[in-house]
Design a protein around this ligand. Structure first.
Ligand SMILES: [Zn+2]
Length: 63
């Protein structure tokens, strides 16, 4: 038997409703980036996993 220890957590992006795959060792307060829309999301809870849009800091897209 093969034990799969690398648990993956999936969550839904609150911005675009896309599926996010997170590592099982994700921590509360961590900022992740949605690979679909690029939104920065803060992990506000682990069990169950909840995401919220991270506070927008100054965007520096170059001038
Ligand atoms: Zn998204």
């Amino acid at each position: 038997m093969i034990a799969q220890l690398s648990a993956k957590i999936t969550a839904e992006c609150p911005e675009c409703a896309g599926a996010l795959a997170l590592n099982g060792n994700t921590l509360k307060g961590e900022i992740v980036t949605c690979s679909d829309c690029g939104a920065e999301l803060e992990i506000t809870g682990i069990n169950p996993l909840t995401l919220d849009l991270a506070p927008q800091e100054e965007e520096d897209w170059g001038e």
